[in-house]
Design a protein around this ligand. Structure first.
Ligand code: PLP
Length: 430
């Protein structure tokens, strides 16, 4: 999902607060989050004071950097129930997903070249898989990938997953939580199926971290991707969890070089970034219950307010198995682009993605069975740690007023209100 184009510059201090609420209001926390001030504080010494290279083994500058990395590695591991040695620091989830998928492909080419994933995955999973389909690798042909379909709520059929696993399947990659709809995959059940069949299980947990419980042991996960900027850490740093026993997962690296991160990710470690990610993970773990309750309260208030005032609006995804901070709502009989333009004071994502020339409806929403029109008229609200109840109430007002205004100009809305079943209308197309 792409954020809607904004004509007005973002002023972090906000405009004069008429209603006590500063605009623009940020509700796009699935795109990125504001760095928590405590994270920034933790990072600062590592730019100009403790600036050593964590790989410098023979002086105190290096030792201090290394000690800070060790702490961060423990903090990130603790967030997902892993051991510190199983954490490989990378630049973000795009890299973590690429390393998991391409690293397994090359290392396990002797076992097979078949992968299983899903049509609603993030592009950072789909595109590396498509790359493997196109490119011969490890002295053999390209990969074969089965992309499972989803139902109306965004769920994969576990029997279809079971049936798709073959003797030459090397990896199943299914995300923990979807970034557009918030739908949660039953990762524990998926982990069990993969284990039964001796197939590695990778999950993109970028949206899940800090918002749902993650435990690589209980959930049978072999590889897991994280990105700090999605949970109040800095951009440009992430981690891949790589299981070390039962089974020990081996990966071919994407980058060759100094052999950092046990040979899986060469390159001087981003010490301030990693320290920030560690602190963000600690905050996510320590404040988990409070944070989830806060997010759920705000999200439910927002959603109920919108559904009450914008009659006919529909929520996408699975309401009973969904991320606590996210609400994806379609507004029928409203032209999507006009809606996004009309609510400039609210920073959200739309159900349209910018391609080179045009606005394309979201492939995720289309996979759920939404038509192009409805996908275009969808909005993803994703709340965060720093949102308030007053902001939610302000946003309900802005959005529902605009929906009402646009519907008043829509002949389709008029017909719908007159009881015309629009799916049965025979349109006169010239
Ligand atoms: C944001 C996101 C990514 C990409 O993460 P980066 O760290 O920005 O590369 C991958 N997968 C999902 C589900 C995401 O939400």
């Amino acid at each position: 999902m792409n954020s809607a184009p904004r004509t007005q510059p973002v002023d972090p201090q906000g405009k004069a607060p008429a209603s006590g609420v500063r605009v623009p209001i940020y509700m796009d926390n699935s795109a990125t989050t504001r760095c928590d001030p405590r994270v920034v504080e933790a990072m600062l010494p590592f730019f100009a004071t403790d600036f050593g290279n964590a790989a410098s083994r023979n002086h105190a500058f290096g030792w201090r950097a290394e000690a800070a990395i060790d702490v961060a590695r423990e903090q990130v591991a603790a967030l997902i129930g892993a051991a510190p040695k199983e954490i490989v620091f990378v630049s973000g989830s795009t890299e973590a997903n690429n390393l998991a998928i391409k690293g397994v492909a090359e290392m396990y080419a002797g076992k097979g070249r078949h992968f299983i994933s899903c049509v609603t995955e993030h592009k950072a999973v789909i595109d590396p898989l498509k790359h493997l389909e196109q490119m011969p690798y490890a002295g053999g042909p390209g990969a074969e990938v089965t992309f499972l379909c989803v139902d109306r709520q965004g769920h994969v059929d576990l029997e279809a997953l079971r049936a798709a696993i073959r003797d030459d399947t090397v990896l199943v990659s299914l995300m923990a939580a979807n970034n557009e709809t918030g739908t949660l995959h039953p990762i524990e059940a998926i982990g069990r199926i993969c284990k039964e069949r001796g197939v590695l299980f990778h999950t993109d947990a970028t949206q899940a971290a800090g918002r749902i419980e993650l435990d690589v042991e209980a959930q049978g996960i072999d590889l897991l991707s994280l990105s700090a900027h999605k949970f109040y850490g800095p951009k440009g740093v992430g981690a891949l969890y790589v299981r070390r026993k039962s089974p020990r997962v081996r990966l071919a690296p994407l980058l060759d070089g100094g052999g950092h991160e046990r040979g899986m990710r060469s390159g001087t470690l981003n010490v301030p970034g990693i320290v920030g990610m560690g602190e963000a993970a600690r905050l996510a773990r320590d404040g988990f219950a409070t944070e989830v309750a806060h997010l759920r309260t705000l999200r439910d208030r927002l959603e109920q307010g919108i559904l009450r005032l914008a009659v006919g609006a529909v929520v996408n995804g699975d309401p009973s198995a969904r991320l606590p901070h996210l609400s994806n709502v379609s507004f029928p009989y409203v032209e999507g682009e006009s809606l996004i333009m009309g609510i400039k004071d609210v920073a959200v994502s739309s159900g349209s993605a910018c391609t080179s020339a045009s606005l394309e409806p979201s492939y995720v929403l289309k996979s759920l069975g939404l038509g192009d029109e409805l996908a275009h008229s969808s909005i993803r609200f994703s709340l965060g740690r720093f949102n308030t109840e007053a902001e939610v109430d302000h946003v309900i007002g802005i959005v529902t007023r605009e929906v009402t205004r646009l519907r008043e100009m829509s002949p389709l809305w008029e017909m719908f209100q007159d009881g015309v079943d629009l799916s049965k209308v025979k349109w006169n197309v010239h």
